[in-house]
Design a binder for this molecule. Structure first.
Ligand code: OAD
Length: 241
């Protein structure tokens, strides 16, 4: 592989696992504890908003006690290193935690949203929020309030059946890069899982760094297996020489 100058990285829950954030599809993972249909779909939110807010309140609270690990820090270092030589690093994450930014990465694309943001489904007002949300919380902009089983304010999270954010920017960054790297994702959720195929069709180098083979491993030029906290810093050292 030639030296990449412009790199696009897609990260998933595996990169935050060593920070203590639960992944989704491991044994006993989040989707075994909470049915996806109940807590991660617009229909689930309409049926039981209090349950959905409880699920995201727990995850928001968990964010307060975790820190970026060696993999997040290495990617922030890679971004600085590539920019110093006239290159770029775009980090696209499926994660709703803010650990890439906490590690110092800039311009992170949260394609599935972020826990620390809410929006009003009545007036579309978006606002930062780090604490618990009650299902009848009024929108701070339009003051619309929920009812006994109705919530106006919702987590700024892309649920199943909804379109991920910034797909046009993601496609443009992929077209302009030399290399696409996927880190810590099972490759189970589209359109994120399809980015490697798009990169391959565009003739980009593709590399996977994951604990185990993912559903899309065969689409990558190379797969390296191991814990992100170990294999990501090692790869970053190779790239930065
Ligand atoms: P998954 O839980 O599906 O996959 C996590 C991947 O990380 C698995 O392949 C693990 O083997 C790997 N992994 C676990 N620990 C690791 C470690 N220490 N180092 C490296 N890899 C490790 O999570 P995602 O692929 O992120 O979407 O899931 C994608 C989307 O599905 C999420 O964004 C979420 C979920 O439903 C929404 O909620 C919309």
């Amino acid at each position: 592989m030639s030296d990449p100058l412009h790199i696009v990285i897609l990260t998933g829950a595996g990169i935050s696992a060593e920070s203590g954030i639960e992944t989704f599809r491991s044994e006993g993972g989040l989707w075994e504890q909470y049915p996806i249909e109940q807590v991660a779909t617009p229909e689930g939110f309409a049926a039981d908003p209090a349950l959905v807010h409880h699920f995201y309140n727990m995850r928001r609270a968990a964010l307060k006690v975790v820190e970026p690990n060696a993999a997040h820090l290495a990617l922030a270092e890679l971004q600085t290193g590539l920019e110093a030589r006239g290159g770029s690093l775009t980090i696209i994450t499926q994660n709703v935690d803010d650990l890439h930014s906490q590690a110092g990465a800039r311009g992170v694309i949260h394609m599935h949203g972020i826990l620390t943001s809410l929006f009003c489904s009545a007036c579309d007002h978006r606002f930062d929020w780090v604490d618990d949300v009650a299902h009848d919380m009024p929108c701070p902009a339009c003051q619309t309030t929920g009812g006994p089983n109705k919530s106006v304010v919702r987590p700024d999270i892309v649920w199943f059946g909804e379109m991920p954010y910034e797909m046009d920017v993601i496609e443009a960054r992929l077209r302009a890069c030399d290399m696409f790297v996927s880190i810590g994702t099972s490759g189970a959720v589209y359109p994120a899982a399809g980015l490697v195929q798009m990169a391959g069709q565009l003739g980009k180098q593709t590399l996977e760094l994951n604990l185990e083979k993912s559903q899309g491993s065969h689409f990558f030029d190379e797969s390296r297996l191991g814990e992100a906290g170990t294999i990501v810093p090692k790869w970053v050292t190779e790239v930065l020489g």
